[in-house]
Write a protein that binds this ligand. Structure first.
Ligand code: DAH
Length: 339
């Protein structure tokens, strides 16, 4: 048995060395290693050997099989390489690689990250709240009781079969949440997506992004509010931006303001984004209404604060000169690849 196996090996290796074509290679492979190949048959015979011979012969047979297989594979590989070379598939490691395109950030994400960084540096905590919110945190705790006409200002999506739950209409929903959780003094921002049943046009969309800010402490006044807003806009636009403050009504602030910035799309001349008025409502804001502080369990004699609701989508449009809000949700690569 031993000499038969060794002879078989020598014969096989000899024949493999002489192979000149891949057809021959296939033939030899079948001749020795195929289902009825000579080596396969020899291996099958191992079972007829005496028990004491089996381990030794078994090991030898396996080694021979591996050697023949290995040699065949080596020759096969060489053939393959030669065929590829003939076909012109030469590996040229100096050729430039195929660049994998990787994704990049959306303009609204970019602006959100930038604003978050600016506020973080000013010591504000960052907290993204839930998008589905109870009527209590979205409205009632913000001094908007059930029958209040202010509810009409926000075209709300209510959850089917859950009249008490809404898709949050603003990120102000986090105000009382945060004060309950962290107490005062507190500086916090709440970035996130909000939802309104809006008819879509160049500056309105049903889902959009806001960033709410809240600062509560002792002796917080409008002066603090204006200082923080100014630093923010200066950092975002890297220049002084013309702003104006005018009275605005929101049930959860008193006094309330609208902070508008000069439209950077048209330079104040008037365009569809600023509705031809030259100014864009960027940041409604005000001093936190005492009723809200009370809902949060704070002593209004001791604490006061300011809050603002930054329209992130609008800010991104101003910063990048986007003249139609629908582009943000369009999946149009010609638009997206510019960022
Ligand atoms: N939550 C308001 C809205 O979405 C915006 C707002 C107004 C937020 C005044 C504030 C604020 O914090 O003080 O319409």
């Amino acid at each position: 048995m031993e000499s038969h196996l060794k002879q078989l090996k020598d014969k096989a290796l000899e024949e493999i060395k002489k192979i000149t074509s891949s057809e021959e290679l296939k033939k030899i492979e079948t001749k020795y290693l195929g289902r009825k190949g000579e080596l396969t048959e020899a291996l099958k015979k191992l079972k007829d050997l005496a028990v004491e011979e089996k381990p030794k012969m078994g090991q030898l047979a396996n080694e021979i099989k591996l050697e023949v297989e290995g040699f065949l594979n080596k020759v096969k590989f060489e053939f393959q390489e030669r065929t590829e070379e003939k076909a012109g598939h030469v590996l040229d490691i100096t050729l430039p690689g195929i660049k994998k395109s990787v994704g990049h950030l959306h303009p609204i994400t970019l602006i959100q990250q930038q604003v978050v960084e600016i506020f973080s540096k000013m010591g504000f905590l960052v907290w993204e709240g839930p998008e589905v919110e109870s009527d209590y945190y979205n409205f009632k705790s913000l001094n908007i009781p059930e029958s209040h006409p202010a509810r009409d200002m926000q075209d709300t999506f209510y959850l089917k079969d859950h009249a008490d739950w809404v898709m949050r209409t603003h990120t102000s929903n986090q105000q009382v949440w945060a004060l309950e959780k962290y107490g005062a003094p507190l500086r916090a921002i709440f970035p996130g997506r909000v939802f309104r049943s809006e008819a879509t046009d160049a500056s309105h969309a049903a889902p959009f992004y806001q960033l709410e800010g809240l600062m509560v402490g002792k002796d917080i006044s409008v002066a603090n509010l204006i200082a923080v807003m100014r630093s923010l806009l200066k950092e975002v636009f890297k220049r002084d931006v013309k702003v104006r403050l005018r009275p605005g009504y929101f049930p959860f602030v008193e006094p309330g303001f609208e902070l508008d910035m000069n439209c950077l799309i048209c330079g104040g001349e008037g365009c569809k984004v600023c509705k031809f008025g030259g100014w864009v409502e960027t940041m409604p804001c005000g001093l936190v209404h005492p009723q809200v502080l009370e809902y949060a369990g704070l002593d209004t004699k001791e604490y006061s604060g300011f809050a603002f609701g930054l329209g992130l989508t609008r800010l991104a449009m101003m910063k990048y000169g986007i003249d139609d809000v629908r582009l943000n949700f369009s999946d149009d690569l010609r638009f997206l690849e510019q960022f």
